[in-house]
Design a protein around this ligand. Structure first.
Ligand code: PLP
Length: 430
């Protein structure tokens, strides 16, 4: 058999995987064309099966803040693997990783490890319901909290990309317990909480929205949520699956100075392996089984390879504190894209929080999902494909954030901006 090539693989994939993929946005549906198959990643680069190289701004959708195959992370995983892949007993590494998370994330005193961000948010909501004895939850339009039933109401990420209505398969009795209001709108939050007094277990929010492009909280929004939830006896959950260890070493709660009751973590915390976590105050977390009655469990939870990868990555971050440099380089990229678009008369609105960023091809400001939806998706598709041709991999959807890693050097960004200028020229209809 010859070397497997992309197109042949894609045909095979379409036969055996729904839509050819294991997660929807990977299929490139909203930008057209076929996805490439990755063979290898190194630092800022991804190499496909055809031997092409891309500067990668997707970075596996967030986890790879140190770039692909960081030597310290890979070594830690190799070392762990040689000692066994999973034990089903407590291990030292999970205690060490929990201690490090608690040291870094201001509001977290006790942690439970799980295997995906979805599991973390799902479990945090169960805990909030168990701890308060209430059933309703409040979320924000365009926020994505994974694919558990309660969250697929006005959700971002793939749901936004594919323009899906709320997913079939979710009982109305359950989705009816989820309310969704516009991000950055405290009046709407207060109105909802007042409408069902004493019924909301939790308000869950991405403190920086990263699943409809990027939207920052306006001044006072997160602090206002803190006050309102406290006044209503409702728990505040920061879904920091994307922002944790990304927008600062202590996450969004550190960056914006607002402490939630519960925090969910994923992506960066696992160093590229399937690790996520939820945590909070001792009082609330000790409601989780076996310390308390709220059930939650997992065969591979706290998996030794995942713990090793997460520990290695967080230790590098805690030692090197690369956040200022990441933020500066991300600004170099985002400012460059905005300048290039503006010079060509292309409407653009951009936002950045640390090394997370997003651009919308629309006039700003974009402070909620309704505004983000005004982005020119047709223009985005053309721009995306032109960039990809030139070896720059941006997320294949206008509704996803971009990321930067410590492996992205200023010269990579300069080359990217060159490709962006050419791609904008090629995408503008004359
Ligand atoms: C990615 C993400 C999730 C879901 O995590 P998975 O590991 O994909 O299940 C949840 N919340 C936020 C904010 C995310 O960005």
């Amino acid at each position: 058999m010859g070397k497997m090539t992309g197109p042949a693989l894609w045909e095979r994939a379409l036969r055996v995987l729904p839509g050819g993929v294991s997660s929807p946005v990977r299929a490139f549906r909203s930008v057209g064309g076929e996805p490439f198959f990755s063979e290898r990643g190194e630092g800022a680069f991804l190499y496909d099966t055809q031997g092409r190289r891309y500067v990668d701004y997707v970075l596996s959708w967030g986890p790879l803040i140190l770039g692909h195959a960081h030597p310290e992370v890979v070594e830690a995983v190799e070392r762990a693997a040689r000692s066994g892949l999973t034990f089903g007993t407590p291990t030292p590494a999970e205690v060490e990783l929990a201690e490090l998370i608690i040291e870094l994330v201001p509001s977290v005193e006790v942690v439970r490890f799980v295997s995906s961000g979805t599991e973390a948010t799902m479990s945090a909501v169960r805990l909030a319901r168990g701890a308060t004895g209430r059933d309703r939850i409040l979320k924000f339009d365009g926020c994505y909290h994974g694919h558990a039933d309660s969250f697929l109401v006005q959700a971002g990420s793939g749901v936004a990309t594919l323009g899906l209505p709320d997913s079939p398969g979710i009982p109305a009795a359950l989705s009816g317990l989820t309310s969704s209001v516009p991000f950055n709108d405290l009046d709407a939050v207060e109105t909802s909480l007042r409408r069902f007094p004493g019924e909301f277990a939790a308000v869950i929010v991405e403190p920086v929205m990263g699943n409809v492009g990027l939207i920052e909280p306006v001044d006072g929004f997160l602090a206002g949520l803190r006050e309102l939830t406290r006044a209503h006896g409702t728990l505040l959950i920061f879904d920091e699956v994307m922002t944790g260890f990304r927008v600062s070493l202590g996450g969004a709660q550190k960056r914006y100075g607002v402490d939630p009751d519960l925090t969910t973590l994923g992506k960066v915390v696992g160093g590229g392996l399937p690790v996520a976590a939820f945590g909070g105050s001792r009082e609330v977390m000790e409601q989780v089984a076996p310390a308390g009655p709220v059930y939650q469990a997992g065969t591979l939870s706290g998996n030794p390879l995942g713990m090793a990868a997460g520990l290695a990555q967080l230790r590098v971050l805690a030692r090197e504190r690369p956040y200022e440099s990441l933020e500066r380089r991300t600004a170099q990229l985002v400012d460059g894209i905005v300048r290039a678009a503006t010079e060509r008369g292309v409407p653009i609105s951009a936002a950045q929080a640390g090394s997370m960023w997003g651009v919308d091809f629309t006039d700003g400001p974009v402070i909620d999902y309704a505004a983000a939806k005004r982005t020119d998706a047709v223009f985005f598709s053309a721009y995306f494909r032109e960039c990809l041709k030139r070896g720059v991999f941006f997320a294949p959807s206008p509704f996803e954030a971009g990321f930067l890693s410590t492996a992205h050097e200023p010269e990579h960004i300069e080359r990217t901006l060159e490709a962006v200028r050419e791609s904008l020229d090629a995408s503008v209809v004359r």
